[in-house]
Design a protein around this ligand. Structure first.
Ligand code: ADP
Length: 169
């Protein structure tokens, strides 16, 4: 096993928000190498494809400090973490809403692999209420999402909403 402390921060990132970016920055400080794992969540219908989300997250982390890699994965999180040599899973926690789901997931992951620890980080209070789902909803109704996502992502979201309007989605 490598001596390097490797962490995985998994998520859908549809789209990546300032909340995610804050967790990425905090997580990168805790490990030697942070792997942001961009996954497909079959229960959510995504606004952006896997490739688009991967490219978006890569572009946004390019200026972040630390060794950060962005990788797509489509397998069990614990298998992905093992493959990457990671022993730490980083998750963000927002107020009570995330708690039950995160608690269950961390508990079951612990049983799948007890060599991997899940670490929960809190975003800056200003970013805590931000959720990708709400960013999409606000944008679809023509609202301004500039306070919730990086500028490049705002442009991506606006462009996608226009495209969806043309297609009549
Ligand atoms: P998932 O589909 O795995 O929930 P998300 O992209 O929605 O993927 O979220 C990835 C991780 O980031 C989760 O741990 C989630 O709780 C966390 N997260 C999302 N938004 C915020 C935020 N505003 N503050 C803190 N953590 C967040």
């Amino acid at each position: 096993m490598s001596e390097e402390r490797i962490g995985v921060y998994p998520g859908t990132f549809d789209p990546v928000t300032l909340g995610h970016m804050d967790i990425i920055r905090r997580g990168a400080k805790l490990v030697d190498r942070l792997i942001v794992g961009v996954t497909t969540n079959p229960s959510k219908s995504p606004m952006f494809s896997d490739d688009e989300r991967l490219a978006m997250v890569r572009r946004e982390v390019a200026d972040c400090e630390g060794a950060i890699e962005v990788v797509h994965f489509n397998s069990l999180l614990m298998d992905f973490a093992m493959r990457e040599g990671a022993r730490i899973i980083i998750r963000g926690l927002r107020a009570v809403a995330d708690f039950e789901y995160e608690f269950q997931m961390a508990g079951m992951n612990q049983q799948l692999n007890d060599q991997i620890e899940t670490v929960f980080l809190m975003a800056d209070v200003a970013y805590q209420p931000i959720a990708s789902r709400l960013v999409k909803e606000i944008a679809l109704y023509g609202g301004d999402v500039a306070k919730f996502v990086p500028p490049g992502v705002e442009a991506d979201v606006v462009r996608r909403v226009v495209e969806m309007g043309r297609r009549g989605d």
